[in-house]
Design a protein around this ligand. Structure first.
Ligand code: CAA
Length: 262
C-alpha cells in the first residue's frame, strides 16, 4: 500500500451498529508492523468509544488475515532494545477493549496473525484459512499468546505440534479443534457472517454485553472461586440497570424489549 493509504480501513456496517476494521497492507500479506499495530489500536479504541457501535469486526484480505509480525522489521533487533522498548507490549491493548471483537479470518493467520486472531473474542474463518505458529522456522518462538492462548484453546499436544513442528491447520480443522467458533461453508462470505453476529450483539443491552465479556474473560485469568465471585457480582450489579427492568418487564408483557443501554 502507498504511504497515503491507511494501514487499517474502517467502515460501518449497513445497520450502522458494527464497525468493520480491515487490515490493509496487502503487498506484505498484512504483516503486523509496529505502525500497523499502532493504527489498529487507535481504530479499536475509537470504535470502543463510539456510542452508536455495539460490536467490532476485524478482518484482513482474502489471501491473508495477517502473515505474522513483520520479519523485515524484526530482523536486526537485539535483546536490549526489544526488552527496553517492550517490543509487542502494545499488542495487549486489545485486552482493554470493552466491546466484543469478532475476527473474520480468510487466508493466512500465521505467527502474530494467529496470535492476533486468538486475542479477539470470537473467531469465524473460511475453509481455506491457514492457522500456524511458524516462529520456530525463524529461530524464535511465538511472543504474543501463541504458546498461552493456543494451548488453552486446543490443548497441549496439538499446541506443541503447531509451535515446535510448524504444523499448520486449515479452517475445518481449526473449527474441529476449537480454535474458531465456526468455519463458514465454501463460498460463504465470512465478513458478512461476522457482521451478522455483531448486529445480533448490538441488538442487546450494552451494559449486559460488556459484563458478559468481562465475566467470560475472567475465567481465563482467575481461579474458579474468584471467577465465580466476579460472575456473581457482575450478575447482581445488573439488577441496578434499566435494561434489566426493561428486559424482564418485556418478557412478562410478551413484547420486545427496548434497550436504553443504561
Ligand atoms: N513479515 C514481513 N513480510 C512478510 C511477512 C512477514 N511476516 N509475510 C509475508 N511477507 C511479505 C513477503 O516478504 C513478500 O514481500 P516481497 O513481495 O517484498 O518479497 C510478500 O509479503 C508476499 O509474500 P510471499 O511472496 O512470501 O507470498 P507466498 O504466497 O509465496 O507465501 C506465506 C505466503 C507462506 C505466508 C509466506 O509469506 C510466509 O511464510 N510468511 C512468513 C510467515 C511467518 O513466518 N510468520 C511468523 C512471523 S514471526 C511472528 O509473528 C512473531 C510473533 O510471535 C509475534
Amino acid at each position: 500500500s502507498t504511504a497515503s493509504e491507511p494501514l487499517v480501513l474502517s467502515e460501518k456496517s449497513s445497520s450502522g451498529k458494527v464497525i468493520i476494521l480491515r487490515l490493509n497492507r496487502p503487498k506484505a500479506l498484512n504483516a503486523l508492523s509496529s505502525p500497523l499495530f499502532d493504527q489498529l489500536n487507535i481504530e479499536l479504541e475509537k470504535a470502543d468509544a463510539d456510542e452508536s457501535v455495539g460490536a467490532i469486526v476485524l478482518t484482513g484480505s482474502d489471501k491473508a488475515f495477517a502473515a505474522g509480525a513483520d520479519i523485515k522489521e524484526m530482523k536486526d533487533k537485539d535483546f536490549a532494545t526489544t526488552y527496553k522498548n517492550n517490543f509487542l507490549g502494545t499488542w495487549t491493548r486489545i485486552g482493554a477493549i470493552r466491546k466484543p471483537i469478532i475476527g473474520a479470518v480468510s487466508g493466512f493467520a500465521l505467527g502474530g496473525g494467529c496470535e492476533l486472531a486468538m486475542s479477539l473474542d470470537m473467531l469465524l474463518c473460511t475453509p481455506g484459512a491457514t492457522f500456524g505458529q511458524p516462529e520456530i522456522t525463524l529461530g524464535i518462538i511465538p511472543g504474543a499468546g501463541g504458546t498461552q492462548r493456543l494451548t488453552g484453546l486446543i490443548g497441549k499436544p496439538r499446541a506443541m505440534e503447531m509451535v515446535l513442528a510448524n504444523r499448520k491447520i486449515d479452517g475445518k480443522t481449526a473449527e474441529a479443534w476449537g480454535l474458531v467458533s465456526r468455519c463458514v461453508a465454501e463460498g460463504e462470505d465470512v465478513v458478512a457472517e461476522a457482521v451478522k453476529i455483531g448486529d445480533r450483539i448490538a441488538g442487546y443491552g450494552a451494559v449486559a454485553v460488556q459484563a458478559g465479556k468481562e465475566a467470560v474473560n475472567g475465567s481465563l485469568e482467575l481461579p474458579l472461586e474468584q471467577g465465580l465471585r466476579l460472575e456473581r457480582r457482575l450478575f447482581q450489579s445488573l439488577f441496578a440497570t434499566k435494561d434489566q427492568k426493561e428486559g424482564m418487564s418485556a418478557f412478562a408483557e410478551k413484547r420486545k424489549p427496548v434497550w436504553s443501554h443504561l
